[in-house]
Every structure is written in C-alpha cells, then in structure tokens.
Design a protein around this ligand. Structure first.
Ligand code: FES
Ligand SMILES: [Fe+2]
Length: 404
C-alpha cells in the first residue's frame, strides 16, 4: 500500500495504523516532513559556558555540534567533515580550541572555518570548505536548532515564551543535572504518551501524588486538555491560584495561539493544595529563582513543539527534549536547572531535585516500550481515544497533514 493510501484509510479519533509506528520508509518521511522542519530545543547555554565548549546533539541521521564562540555567541555545525564526510566530533561534549577530524586530520576553527588540510593541491581554497552551519538561535538561554534548509518562523513562539522564561530566570540558570532515557519506541508513541494524562493515575503514582487530581483530569496535558466537566470542577482551584499569583506579580496570561492544531502553548497553573514546588512532598527542592520572592504554588509550562518543553516551578525548572533516532527508538533527555546562587549539598540535593521526573520518566519509558511491543503484533488494530486524549486526535491530524 502506498503512503497516500495508508493516510486515506486513517480514521479520526483513533490511533494510527501499525505501519506508522513500525515502517522504516515512513520514518524517513517523518524525519523530512515532520521533524527536521522543527525548531528543536537542543540544550542550554549553561552547558557550554566558555569559548570552545561544545556538545553534540543527535536527531534522526543528523548530528550537530553546538559550540560557544569566542565572542560569546552560539553556533551549530553539521558534524560532517568537508573532506570525505567522516563525523568530526566523536565525543558527546567537551572543550576544543580546534576541531580535528579523526580521519585525515582536517582541522576546523571554533567558528567552523577550515584552518588546516594537509597535502591538498596548491589551488585548494580552504575558505570554501568550512563546516556547514546549521540554523541555531538562543532564547533566554535556551538553544534551538533547525535542520531545515529554510527554517520556519519561530519568532511568535519565542516571543510568547520569553516572559515565562524571564519569570523563571532561564537565561542565568545553573545546570544541576542531566539524564537520558533512550526509549525503544517510535517517536509518536513517546510524544503521544507525553501529551495525555489518561495514563497518569494508573501509571504514575508519584506524579499523581505531586499534582492536584482535578488539575490532572482537566489540564493534565495542558490547559483545556480534559473534558468540560473536569475543567469546570478545576475552575475554583485555577482561579484561586490566579488571584494569588496576580497579587504576587507572578501571573502571566496563558498564550492562546492561532495554529489550528494548537501544538504549542504557554501557561501557568497551580501544582496542588499545599505544594510549594513540584517535588515528592511539595516542599522546596532548591532556592527561589528568577523573579520569585516567595512561593506562589504555581508551575509554568512552555510547549515549543511536540519535541521541546520547558516546565518550571518556583525553585527549579526542567527542559525536556524528544529526538527521533530510528523508527523504533527515541532519545529522551531531561535537564534540571536551579538558581545560579544555589549550591549543591547546601541549597539542593540532585536526588531530591530530579525525583519526580526521574521516576515518572522511567515509568514512561517502560509503558511506551510496552506500547511499541504490542503495536508490533499482527493483531494490533487502531484503538479509540478517551475524553482525556483529545490532544492526541489533534496531533494525529497535524501529523497526517504534515506527511501528505
Ligand atoms: S574525512 Fe575528515 S579529514 Fe578526511
Ligand atoms: Fe507519563
């Protein structure tokens, strides 16, 4: 069956047919049409504070070197040697005054230009063989890269997120921990799992304890993601938080965007009655950061796209990225940030800081891998979405539209 025929057979309100989760040829289309045109959250400037500091970010078949420049800016380069195409940077991170290709020792400067290429003919023009640049931009410390030849506009999303990032002091934040949770599942299963909270009660005991039950039902996958009765039940809690945050000067209106699929959003919500931060017991896990002078009991979320998230409490925030690698594997990365003044062991303990999302993400890895295993069966057929999975229906519409 052709891709067009497969798309035509899809039924709204149901999960996708098996091929969309398992067929390597469809995965290639996913990369080109759906994933590479995203502005992908790759990291934070705190990971590369000094000139020559770099980290390598892998997406699909692509590898990008994100490097701090001598004048302080950030550039991203395709990790492909201009000689015969070897990967240049083999380490995941480090500091380098030059980048030397391991194959024949072509040597590149921190700005990507070619510095030396031994035994090339006299007419060889070094200036035409610098590393190819990849589109990159920094928004309040968050580094985004885009693999498309003509990257789409990102202005509206970045500017909508900026007040939220500023409120939480994102630009100055200190990186406290980073964890990877490589997941053996198609990226759509990973993303869908993150975009619904239908599974929160059965699969996430700790996460469900850390958050208000009414909120998880009404807005567990973002504002308005639950059915109207749940949204109505949650309204009192939401408006009480809003009043409190307004009085403290920490309220920001949710961003209502025009994208018909509503795949990006920004907003603030209460955590749960009595909780000061998103932690196991609701008690602080570090010191206040950004513009907070006192705990307001809230949490901010910025969904830049399906692959890139910022979730912030008053005393820490997490950056989350999902990067499709093969048809059945996805990189999942979490980074935890605290106030630049916070000292490990004094103001925060990494174990306590990361507990809720570390436990929750390990659970997500398991359920998503089990999901992939089930979908591989000949007896899998698409199943219907619940009232708590409305977002998955719109993601599916957007995905099929992007693909066709
Ligand atoms: S492939 Fe890099 S120097 Fe030859
Ligand atoms: Fe989950």
């Amino acid at each position: 069956m052709t891709l067009r025929e497969l798309i035509a057979r899809e039924q709204d309100g149901f999960t996708l047919a098996r091929d969309f989760y398992t067929d390597p040829a469809i995965f290639e289309q996913d990369l080109k049409r759906v994933f590479y045109p995203q502005w992908m959250l790759a990291g934070h400037i705190a990971r590369i504070p000094k000139a020559g500091d770099y980290f390598v970010f892998e997406m699909g078949h692509e590898s990008v070197i994100v490097m701090r420049q001598a004048e302080g800016g950030v550039r991203a380069f395709h990790n492909v040697c201009r000689h015969r195409g070897s990967k240049v940077c083999l380490k995941a991170e480090g500091n380098a005054s030059v980048m030397v290709c391991p194959y024949h020792a072509w040597t590149y400067n921190v700005d990507g230009s070619l510095r030396a290429a031994p035994f090339m003919p006299p007419d060889f023009d070094k200036s035409s063989f610098g590393l190819k640049q990849c589109a990159a931009q920094v928004v309040e410390g968050l580094i985004f890269v885009c693999l498309a030849d003509e990257p789409p506009a990102f202005e509206e999303i970045a500017e909508s997120a900026r007040p939220f990032l500023k409120l939480h002091g994102a630009a100055e934040a200190k990186l406290a921990a980073r964890r990877s949770y490589p997941t053996n599942a198609n990226w759509k299963l990973v993303v869908d799992n993150f975009q619904e909270c239908y599974h929160c009660a059965p699969s996430h005991k700790l996460y469900s304890k850390a958050h208000s039950r009414d909120k998880l039902l009404a807005a567990g996958a973002g504002p308005g993601s639950g059915p109207p009765e749940a949204v109505a039940r949650y309204e009192g809690e939401r408006s009480a938080f809003r009043k409190k945050a307004e009085a403290a000067g920490t309220w920001l209106d949710p961003v209502v965007q025009k994208d018909k699929h509503k795949l990006w959003s920004m907003g603030r919500q209460p955590i749960r009655a009595g909780a000061l931060t998103e932690s196991e017991d609701g008690a602080p896990v570090s010191r206040l950061m950004g513009q907070f002078r006192d705990y307001d009991g809230g949490q901010s979320g910025s969904v830049f796209n399906l692959f890139s998230y910022f979730l912030a409490s008053n005393d820490h925030f997490v950056l989350i990225t999902f990067s499709p690698r093969t048809v059945s594997s996805t990189d999942v990365e979490f980074m935890w940030f605290v106030s630049p003044e916070a000292q490990e062991g004094v103001d925060y303990k990494v174990d306590r800081l990361i507990k809720v999302w570390d436990v929750t993400t390990l659970e997500d890895k398991t359920i998503t891998e089990d999901n992939q295993a089930g979908v591989l069966s000949d007896h899998y057929t698409p199943g219907p979405f619940s009232l708590l999975e409305g977002r998955l229906a719109s993601i599916k519409r957007w995905y099929l539209e992007s693909l066709s």
